[in-house]
Ligand binder design. Structure first.
Ligand code: NDP
Length: 481
């Protein structure tokens, strides 16, 4: 019996700069997903049969078309309400293809025969890519984050269906148009429009699933993956801490923390959302942070001016407000920012620095996803480590100290997958090192480094016997002597 949901529902998207629901689109129904996946399964063997260099060549053509499409750029700008980051998202595809080519060449070169522990047996691996991989992405970096899974999956030889968020759907149609001009890629790569239901439908029909999003949805996705017995690679939320020691330069650390907390209006999983600073330099740090925060400008009315864009998802404004209200009610002091500003229907918030915070407050425990910087002081570094680890998350963290050695000593005790030393948020642009997640921040193999591609293969081993073979007599019973 065919139980597929074949209705293509009509959805609407809000423009983050005007607040208007000015974009309608059809959510891809399950029947259509089944048909797309079937087409991709037909295209995948020819794609997998190409060399990794050939696949990279086709992806490089796609990257050129993507980075030169004004229609695509404008759509992503409208989706996110910001220009600089949208253009950086598109430009990044080209370097990612080059980076994954290098990694792919190393991985494929390892498929050579090796001597086993048995003298007459050699073995070699065949890397069999999953036929069709699903990728479900969030709204904060709608294109870039899907690329983190999409590019290595395609380079591995898989076909891929990507389901971006319904909050930022405008870039999908122009992207599809570009894909259709590259038939070899169009045969194995599809972006579909839709919402959470579309995501659920997709999970049922793919062979592996990459998910980036919230812990709440991640748990549902993980359960759906178990139902269909497919691997789930999930990278979820964070509540990244930074520890600043008494030996750090308060002015320089204020500059670093501000950038890492408020870039992309704090709508980034690797944003610094908690600051633990030694009490001896807290005052100098805080006054410099407030001074710098007050120089940050929103990109309104001119999108090409200022530093930070609007809140992309209006519900995020409610979460930010509830965290600030909760903190104030429990005794926190807001030193700057703190107000959701309405301009032309869009919602913005300036960098917001808080002091007198503690772990009874939502702003120190739950993901805020806004440019909010709560500062807590400590006197003993062990206390700071304990506070930094007192969280359900373990995505990333940072240490700013007098020198690298001091910072690294502290970093070794932090429960998170990536630690930036003498800087914050390095994972926003460096994808080289393999990393896993601690606690609720993710599950499955690393999406970075070599494992980021290896996770898309089933590793098959071929054992070859070159010596004398044995019959059943070799296994005959013998009386012990
Ligand atoms: P969500 O978890 O709400 O959504 C993520 C994606 O899952 C969206 O495409 C969403 O669709 C889809 N989805 C929703 N419900 C389901 C479902 N039942 N089954 C399958 N898919 C579903 O996250 P947000 O989009 O709100 O993104 C913000 C979150 O993402 C934050 O927690 C942030 O920390 C995290 N994130 C993590 C990153 C990382 O690398 N660790 C990077 C960026 C963000 P739709 O939106 O259409 O409903």
């Amino acid at each position: 019996m065919n139980t597929a949901n074949n209705k293509n529902r009509i959805l609407q998207a809000r423009n983050p700069r005007t607040g208007e629901m000015d974009y309608s689109f059809e959510a891809t129904g399950e029947e259509e997903i089944i048909s797309i996946v079937a087409d991709l399964r037909k295209g995948q063997p020819a794609w997998a049969a190409m060399s990794v260099q050939e696949r990279a060549g086709i992806l490089a053509d796609w990257a050129d078309a993507v980075s030169s499409s004004d229609e695509l750029l404008q759509a992503l700008v409208t989706d996110t309400g910001r220009y600089f980051i949208a253009s950086a998202e598109l430009a990044r595809l080209s370097t990612m293809v080059q980076d994954w080519l290098k990694i792919g060449e190393t991985i494929f070169a390892e498929q050579i025969a090796k001597q086993s522990s048995a003298p007459t047996v050699t073995y070699k691996h065949q890397l069999v890519p999953f036929e069709v991989v699903g990728v479900i992405g969030p709204w904060n970096f709608p294109f870039l984050i899907t690329l983190i899974d999409l590019v290595p999956a395609l380079m591995a030889g898989s076909a891929v269906v990507v389901k971006p968020s319904e909050i930022t759907p405008r870039f999908i149609a122009p992207l599809q148009k570009i894909l259709e001009q590259i038939p070899a890629l169009n045969a194995v790569c599809r972006f579909i429009e839709g919402d959470g239901q579309t995501g659920q439908d997709l999970i049922k029909h793919v062979d592996a699933l990459c998910f980036t999003g919230s812990v709440k949805t991640g748990k549902i996705v993980y359960q759906s993956g178990a139902e269909n017995f497919i691997p789930i690679y999930a990278e979820l939320g964070g509540k990244d801490p930074v520890i600043i020691t008494e030996n750090a330069d308060p002015k320089n650390t204020a500059k670093i923390v501000l950038r890492a907390s408020v870039q992309a209006t704090g709508q980034a999983c690797q944003s610094i959302e908690r600051v633990y600073i030694h009490s001896s330099i807290a005052e100098a740090f805080t006054s410099e942070l407030v001074r710098l925060s007050e120089q940050v400008e929103i990109n309104y009315p001119d999108i090409y001016e200022g530093h930070i864009g609007p809140l992309i998802f209006d519900k995020q404004a409610d979460i930010i407000q509830s965290h600030l209200k909760d903190a104030e009610e429990k005794g926190a002091e807001i030193l700057c920012g703190g107000l959701i500003e309405q301009h032309g229907g869009g919602l913005w918030i300036l960098p917001t620095v808080l002091k007198n915070v503690d772990h009874s407050m939502l702003t120190m425990t739950d993901e805020t996803f806004g440019p909010i910087i709560p500062i807590m002081t400590y006197t003993d570094v062990n206390e700071a480590i304990e506070l930094a680890n007192d969280t359900q998350y373990g995505l990333s963290a940072a240490v700013l100290a007098g020198d690298r050695v001091e910072a690294e000593r502290i970093a070794m005790h932090l429960d998170a997958g990536a630690i930036s030393i003498q800087d914050c948020g390095i994972t926003a642009y460096v994808f080289d090192g393999e990393k896993n997640w601690f606690k609720y921040s993710g599950t499955g193999a690393s999406r970075m480094g070599q494992m980021g591609m290896v996770r898309f293969f089933r590793k098959k081993v071929l054992y070859t016997q070159s010596g004398e073979t044995q019959g059943i007599d070799a296994m005959g019973e013998q009386k012990p002597s």
